[in-house]
Design a protein around this ligand. Structure first.
Ligand code: COA
Length: 248
């Protein structure tokens, strides 16, 4: 007797609840032709609305399977990291950034809801865009309230023009959200915020900082690379909406 095939994806509870959809993530970064067919059956069988797939862009097999299933390419994800203390003089930047005031929380949540306008959730029209805006607002509120997170902002009190939020557990830190109001861009604010966040994390004993960003954004790649980050990996994000792909 043969047992049931192993499920090729994991359900994502937070995403499913937040978007009121059944959402999961495909395991691994490569799918073969047999797995693709099995995945289709499993996803339809479990009434899945959307599966995220972070594929290996160097695997023709993975790209073929994604195409065959009718997946939607939605973003290029680049993971970068930097070791601390960073070779750059991060201390010099810290003076221009400040900690947010408690009264600025909702302003920052609104800014975050507006600024992240080129992510995979924005480029996929199947996601309700008001919910995507709310997702970034929730993310900002979490960064401002959780004890293992920190935030730095630019701009005068009561009118922040940019932010860099980060989290750290043990000796590893992560940049969570980075954004600069379009009117303040191109003047070094993003760089200043990232370098200040690196200095703040270094002072808390963090030794390695990671970030995931959009490979298609020259601005964010520029900010991170000029702050000393190096690319660790590149992945291609697909969203698979099985019912919709079935109709096409
Ligand atoms: C990414 C972002 C924060 C950059 O902020 P910014 O204040 O304009 O960036 P800076 O002026 O500090 O520029 C930093 C570097 O990137 C380069 N850069 C900035 N914008 C660029 C653009 N549009 N094209 C190419 N390079 C760019 C600059 O030349 C600079 O390089 P240098 O340090 O070698 O001179 C801003 O564009 C933004 O908020 N984007 C939307 C949100 C986002 O994508 N966040 C990042 C992912 S979490």
């Amino acid at each position: 007797m043969t047992g049931a095939a192993e499920r090729l994806f994991d359900l994502l509870e937070w995403d499913s609840t937040f978007f009121s959809l059944r959402i999961g993530r495909i395991r691994g970064c490569v799918l073969g032709p047999d797995e693709a067919e099995l995945l289709r059956e499993q996803a339809l069988g479990e009434s899945i609305d959307c599966l995220y797939f972070l594929s290996d862009p160097s695997s023709a097999k993975a790209l073929d399977a994604a195409h065959e299933l009718g997946m939607r390419p939605v973003d290029v994800r680049v993971d970068l990291s930097v070791g601390l203390p960073c070779p750059l003089d991060t201390e010099a930047f810290q003076s221009s950034a400040r900690e947010p005031l408690a009264s600025e929380s909702e302003l920052l949540a609104d800014l975050s809801g507006r600024l992240h306008d080129s992510t995979r959730f924005r480029s996929d029209p199947c996601f309700e865009q008001d919910r995507v805006t709310e997702m970034y607002r929730v993310w900002m509120r979490r960064c401002l309230s959780e004890p293992h997170c920190g935030a730095l902002v630019a701009g005068p009190p009561g009118a922040p023009t940019g932010y860099c939020t980060y989290s750290g557990i043990g000796n590893t830190g992560r940049i969570e959200l980075l954004g600069v109001d379009p009117r303040a861009r191109g003047a070094g604010v993003g760089s200043m915020l990232v370098r200040s966040a690196l200095a703040a994390m270094a002072s808390r004993g963090v030794e390695t900082v990671r970030v995931a960003t959009q490979g298609g954004s020259r601005a964010s790649m520029g900010v991170y690379q000029s702050a000393g980050f190096r690319v660790d990996s590149i992945g291609l994000w697909f969203h698979y909406w099985p019912a919709e792909a079935q109709k096409a």
